[in-house]
Design a protein. Structure first.
Length: 63
């Protein structure tokens, strides 16, 4: 699953996110969702989340 639909993502899920500074390289960071930051139901670049580690990024893949 990709991370474009908010309904697919829940707190505690393991996801792969791309951080703002890594968007050009596409480097992904794995983590567990702490908060969902995007309010809209769908976002074409990925739903923005905060991981338990404090990292903020857009979900690219749901594990």
């Amino acid at each position: 699953m990709d991370g474009t639909k908010r309904a697919d993502i829940h707190i505690g899920a393991t996801v792969m996110v791309v951080q703002k500074q890594d968007q050009r390289t596409g480097k992904l960071t794995e983590g567990i969702v702490k908060r969902i930051l995007t309010n809209s139901a769908v976002h074409h670049r990925g739903i923005k989340v905060m991981l338990e580690s404090g990292i903020v990024g857009r979900v690219q893949e749901i594990k």
